[in-house]
Ligand binder design. Structure first.
Ligand code: ADP
Ligand code: MG
Length: 589
């Protein structure tokens, strides 16, 4: 065969290939899932482009994936009618690591190594194209992009540091469009070239692929054949005649549809098990942990769409990315056609950017763009419904019998909900019951506002809080003394964003939030007589202290809010709390 131009892999690729081959050794069959998922992605991409540019499809409008096996020679070929690759794309995609799935694998590998190394975990990961080398010595990728009039062949071998690219010249290998992968299996892995084996793997791993997957299968049908003599001896009895007919099995090979192409979100929620939803989630989002919750729903009427939403077990964007989330968490479909996973910001507010899922609309145009989405009334309605469903799902977790479930959620996403208090006034009613805090009566586990309210004293009107930098310093503050004495519970706001969030809420169930460090704290225990006496006794002392401190304080007053400490510094009614001041300082300096 003609030899191609030689290229070196990026150093990371070689390292990655080593890693994959060594750590996934016991889970080789993932290669098929990975390659089918690439074929499916390629079909998605072209189908999307062809909406506005039908000419790209040329004569073949079908999108499908075909897997052929040659068990005698140990060869598997996977052919798709997707977008294909140009020469440059072959270099960029198959010679370097710039891909999310692969980067994620490397990170998981590192994390799991740090945590003592769990190779099973890695086995569940999407490792992409290079997983072909788990089972193959040699991989040949012949591909044609609609952007190019030439078909190119990429060829690589296991354990090599370079690959080659050449133009396809063999006439019988030319394809109208898409990609054909040929895997020359390793000696010990030739079992993967058995048609039944491939069929089984497709059914197991690729059940959520929405394009038809055909496998090349041997079939047979039986037919009755009259032996030649039987025809001649027509006068013999019919019973005798039957005896002489022969049943023969005709064998032939043909494509067989191997997967179910109806997307899971189109099925009846009553007929889909949690396991299946979770399986779909892991497949679709390349996740290895089960989600914390899922929600499958259909809305009808004014706007029609279907969706499955998930709360991931851990935030994939990281807590720091909350403000500028660049997620690909929502896969938008229009009438079953995958449009983009780039419209998260149009479908969810950023404080819910951690939600993952699929949304399939019947009302949006297929050529939908960001601009269209932003202007669309339909999208505004969808967004509202999605947000509501997301809250229902989170509320579900909070009501779980297992307290830990919500603690896990809160640990990962508490900050997001607090951001929601600041950014989404309209949904305060939905967010507030989901908030959690430590308190003077619950220093070790977080409580919700409902629990606080239930625990309020009969004559208590307000919800008390103190902002501080830790539970320890909150519980040692002198402001707490009187309230502790009266057995009033005080929320500890120990996250910098807590105080702003609470101030945005203002109240919960008609009870105002009150900062116990502010000057006008009224615990409803005025004793006028006593106050008068105190003022007389200590009035001059106060004047004297004020004189000594001068401008450093606004005023010096007698109060009844302490029980053991002699004095306390409080913030003015309209001023910043000490915590807030600390925050502002840390931000401007
Ligand atoms: P990922 O799928 O996470 O992007 P992969 O390693 O599986 O990473 O694939 C790398 C890239 O190679 C893909 O993003 C895609 O651009 C390209 N690619 C792989 N397989 C195909 C295919 N069958 N058709 C077109 N492009 C492909
Ligand atoms: Mg892939």
């Amino acid at each position: 065969p003609p030899t191609g131009e030689k290229y070196e892999y990026q150093a990371e690729v070689s390292r990655l290939m080593d890693l994959i081959v060594n750590s996934l050794y016991s889970n080789k069959e993932v290669f098929l899932r990975e390659l089918i998922s690439n074929a499916s992605d390629a079909c998605d991409k072209l189908r999307f482009l062809s909406v506005t540019e039908p000419a790209l499809l040329k004569d073949n409008v079908d999108f499908d994936i075909r897997i052929q096996t040659d068990k005698d020679n140990g060869i598997v070929t996977i052919t798709d009618t997707g977008i294909g690759m140009t020469r440059q794309e072959l270099i960029d995609c198959l010679g370097t690591i710039a891909q999310s799935g692969t980067a994620k694998f490397l990170k998981a590998l590192k994390d799991s190594k740090d945590a003592g190394g769990d190779n099973n975990l890695i086995g569940q990961f999407g490792v992409g194209f290079y997983s072909a080398f788990l089972v193959a010595d040699r991989v040949v990728v012949s591909t044609k992009s609609p952007k190019s009039d030439k078909q190119y062949v990429w060829e690589g071998e296991a354990n090599a540091s370079s690959y080659t690219i050449r133009e396809e010249t063999e006439a019988d290998k030319v394809i109208p469009r898409g990609t054909r992968l040929t895997l020359y299996l390793k000696r010990d892995d030739k079992g993967f070239a058995h048609p039944e084996k491939i069929q089984k793997l497709v059914k197991n791993y690729s059940q959520f692929v929405s394009f038809p997957i055909y496998t090349w299968q041997e079939k047979g049908y039986t037919k009755e054949e009259d032996p030649a003599e039987a025809k001649k001896d027509g006068e013999e009895g019919s019973a005798e005649k039957k005896k002489k007919t022969k049943t023969v099995v005709e064998r032939y090979w043909d494509w067989e549809l191997t997967n179910e192409t109806q997307p899971i979100w189109l099925r009846n929620p009553k007929e889909v098990s949690t396991e299946l939803y979770n399986e779909f989630y892991k497949n679709t989002f390349n996740e290895y942990l089960e989600p914390l919750a899922s929600s499958h729903f259909t809305t009808e009427g004014e706007v029609e769409f279907r969706s499955i939403l998930y709360v991931p077990a851990v935030s994939s964007s990281g807590k720091d990315d909350m403000v500028n989330p660049k997620t690909k968490n929502i896969r938008l479909y229009v009438k079953r056609v995958f449009i983009s996973d780039d419209f998260d910001g149009e479908l969810f507010p950023r404080y819910l950017s951690f939600i993952k899922g699929v949304v399939d609309s019947n009302d949006l145009p297929l050529n939908v763009s960001r601009e269209i989405l932003q202007e669309s009334r339909i999208v505004r309605i969808m967004r509202k419904r999605l947000v509501r469903k997301a809250f229902d799902m989170i509320l579900g977790i909070s009501m779980s019998e297992n307290r830990e479930d919500y603690e896990k959620f809160w640990d990962n996403y508490g900050k997001y909900l607090k951001l929601g208090c600041i950014e989404d006034r309209e949904n305060h009613k939905r967010i507030a019951p989901l908030l959690r805090f430590f308190s003077s009566q619950s220093e070790d586990y977080i409580i919700g506002l409902d629990e606080y309210v239930e625990n309020m004293k009969p004559d208590q009107k307000d919800i008390y809080y103190i902002a501080s930098d830790s539970v320890t310093s909150a519980k040692n503050t002198p402001f707490l003394e009187r309230l502790m004495e009266k057995d009033l519970e005080v929320l500890f706001l120990v996250d910098p964003i807590d105080e702003v969030a609470i101030q945005n809420l203002k109240s919960y169930k008609e009870k105002n939030f009150v900062d116990i460090s502010k000057e006008d704290l009224d615990l409803g225990e005025k004793d006028e007589e006593k106050e008068k006496a105190m003022k007389q006794e200590f009035g001059q002392t106060c004047d004297w202290i004020k004189k000594r401190l001068g401008d450093k304080v606004a005023s010096v007053q007698i109060s009844n809010r302490l029980s053991t400490s002699p004095c306390v510094l409080v913030s003015g009614k309209f001023g910043w709390s000490a915590n807030m001041e600390r925050l502002m300082k840390s931000q401007t300096m």
